[in-house]
Write a protein that binds this ligand. Structure first.
Ligand SMILES: [Fe+2]
Ligand SMILES: [Fe+2]
Length: 171
């Protein structure tokens, strides 16, 4: 059995987006690292690694489903992120866009009668909800802290490790 070619194409595009997110979160993490904001650097580094994991999940799906992997050109990340609020806003906007893409992919899989991919994508729906909620929270905290970047660092340190793991995640 082989994956539907329209679904395969859409998944390849999604793999590019996941790697793009990996690069964007890595760029943000590095910026905060240089600024000495190590909690934020660690937070965004972990987000980056999650995105790489997402890309690998899609790649594994292509392999399992006899598809063809074609990684598209990855868009360069923005280096124009200076404040915590900007980083949080950019991340939230990104996650909203990705959520729409996952919804579109789910719709396409349904239309093509590809229930295996529909089922595979349900993990990503839970994951997107969690990431939207995390970035939303960071944005609220950043707005409240204003110029006091250390307040956000303290908040991150206090909540480190408290992020609930996704109950449906297996890794
Ligand atoms: Fe992702
Ligand atoms: Fe994400």
């Amino acid at each position: 059995m082989q994956i539907n070619s329209a679904v395969n194409t859409a998944i390849n595009k999604q793999i590019g987006m996941e790697f793009g997110a990996y690069l964007q979160y890595l760029a943000i993490s590095t910026h905060f690292d240089v600024e000495g904001l190590s909690e934020l650097a660690a937070f965004f580094k972990a987000q980056a690694e999650d995105e790489r994991d997402h890309a690998e999940r899609f790649i594994n799906h292509v392999v399992a489903f006899n598809g063809k992997l074609e990684i598209p050109t990855i868009e360069a990340p923005s280096s124009n992120v200076n404040t915590i609020e900007e980083a949080a806003q950019l991340s939230l906007d990104w996650e909203m866009k990705v959520t729409e893409e996952i919804n579109a992919l789910l719709k396409l899989a349904g239309e093509q009668g590809d229930h295996i991919t529909e089922n595979f994508l349900s993990w990503f729906l839970d994951e997107q909800l969690e990431e939207l909620s995390t970035m939303n929270k960071l944005l609220k905290v950043a707005k409240r802290a204003g110029d006091n970047e250390l307040a956000v660092e303290e908040f991150m340190a206090r909540h480190r490790g408290q992020q609930q793991p996704n109950p449906n995640a297996d890794g």
